[in-house]
Ligand binder design. Structure first.
Ligand SMILES: [Zn+2]
Length: 423
């Protein structure tokens, strides 16, 4: 089948036909909604929540006993996992589809989405690409693991990606040789946008910055997703690919979808998601697009800081997330139960340009700092200063430092900065 000459409208029509979705419709709505007044958007969000709560109270077993959203407890993964049926709406007339969280931070969670939820997810992704200049039909490269590349399932998926004009590059294979092949393929296919895991793109960028001259004639923008994008990583990626780099942050089971605008402010789509921040700074979210499997006030596990700013130079009025501090699981706890968040390590190591990536492994006894550094600077003594710094903040019986040893990989190719090996 040849898809190259299809125009945007036909592509969307076919995408929605094959995906049993209405992405085009949702995308059109989002394009308009993003410029509505802040108060109108907040009101829309609350009205959708009230509507969803009424459905939940009547048709979802877990919520029968509750009278208002306010009295609901925060919902954690364990409660959902215990009995999935408890959260399925008995009045939802259409099919629901099984999905699974990526499991990069603990045990994966099975949940269900509706066709509307899927439409919102893809419309959000495309909206975030549009900030970088994307037009439907442009060649996009996905550099990702299992979370984004779900090819196993069917011919339908294959067609879906073909229609979106997406090429897949595995974030599992990132040897120097693989990267060279990827770079050649990106140029040969005249790839305009790259969408992928921040850590994988950072590794590719380092390769380019050290070794090769990547031809950036066709490339227009890069959108990072699924992982923390530090400023050091963003600069590294920008320098290599010579295009602007945009971040994205989402939590699909909570309906959280936020994207960076031209001014690099992270706007959260509050017409898809109702949210609040709990006492410890965690984002609690409700997917307003999912009437089939209803999770209200869901604990995302992400520590998030909201911005006070109600306006942005881009004129979008979707609220702004000031800072995604990270996963609440990204925390190191020492033998005296003192905790430090991954951002401490980002901060500690950010001024050392020779450090390309890091990982901290710890348990009830020892802490190990793994550093990936420029080959020219392998001297372990030089980096001992970071262990000394660590000793001032965290108490362990043993401290280890490893230079350019392989990182512990999670099963989905996402890089984890902090790993508790006791769990
Ligand atoms: Zn903006």
């Amino acid at each position: 089948m040849r898809f190259n000459n299809l125009n945007g409208k036909v592509r969307f029509f076919l995408l929605d036909l094959f995906g049993r979705s209405h992405i085009q419709n949702v995308l059109n709505n989002l394009r308009t909604e993003q410029y509505l007044p802040y108060e109108v958007l907040t009101q829309m969000s609350r009205s959708k929540l009230n509507y969803l709560f009424e459905i939940a109270k009547k048709s979802v077993p877990f919520y029968r006993k509750f009278k208002s959203y306010e009295e609901l407890p925060a919902l954690n993964k364990e409660t959902v996992r215990k009995d999935l049926k408890n959260f399925i709406s008995t009045s939802y007339p259409n099919s629901i589809f099984e999905k699974c969280t990526s499991g990069s931070t603990g045990k994966p969670l099975t949940y269900f989405v509706t066709s509307n939820t899927r439409s919102y997810l893809w419309a959000f992704i495309i909206l975030s690409w549009e900030v970088a200049g994307y037009k439907i039909g442009d060649k996009v490269a996905f550099v990702a693991g299992s979370a984004l590349l779900n090819f196993k399932s069917s011919f339908k998926h294959f067609i879906f990606y073909k229609l979106l004009n997406v090429d897949a590059y595995s974030a599992f294979s990132l040897s120097e040789n693989d990267i060279e092949q990827y770079l050649n393929r990106l140029v040969k296919r005249k790839t305009k946008f790259i969408y992928g895991y921040a850590s994988a793109l950072d590794i590719m960028a380092t390769h380019i910055n050290n070794n090769s001259n990547f031809d950036t004639t066709y490339l227009k923008g890069i959108i990072c997703t699924s992982e923390m994008l530090t400023e050091t990583m963003r600069e590294n990626i920008k320098r290599a690919f010579k295009v602007d780099v945009f971040n994205q942050y989402g939590c699909n089971e909570g309906g959280v979808s936020s994207f960076e605008c031209e001014f690099h402010q992270l706007h959260i789509i509050n017409t898809r998601c109702y949210y609040e921040i709990d006492g410890v700074g965690q984002l609690l979210a409700t997917d307003l697009s999912n009437e089939g499997f209803i999770l209200l006030k869901y604990e995302t596990g992400d520590l998030v800081e909201l911005s006070e700013n109600k306006s942005c130079a881009c004129k979008r009025k979707f609220p702004i997330i000031k800072n995604v501090i990270g996963r609440s699981r990204d925390i190191v706890t020492d033998i005296n139960n003192k905790s430090l968040h991954a951002s401490f390590f980002h901060y500690l190591l950010s001024n050392e340009k020779s450090i390309k990536q890091f990982q901290v492994l710890f348990n009830h006894e020892a802490i190990s700092l793994y550093l990936n550094v420029d080959n020219g600077k392998k001297n372990i003594d030089y980096y001992e200063k970071y262990i000394n710094e660590l000793k001032k903040h965290l108490i362990f019986n043993k401290y280890n430092l490893y230079i350019n040893s392989p990182f512990l990989n999670s099963t989905n190719a996402k890089h984890r900065h902090i790993i508790n090996t006791d769990i």
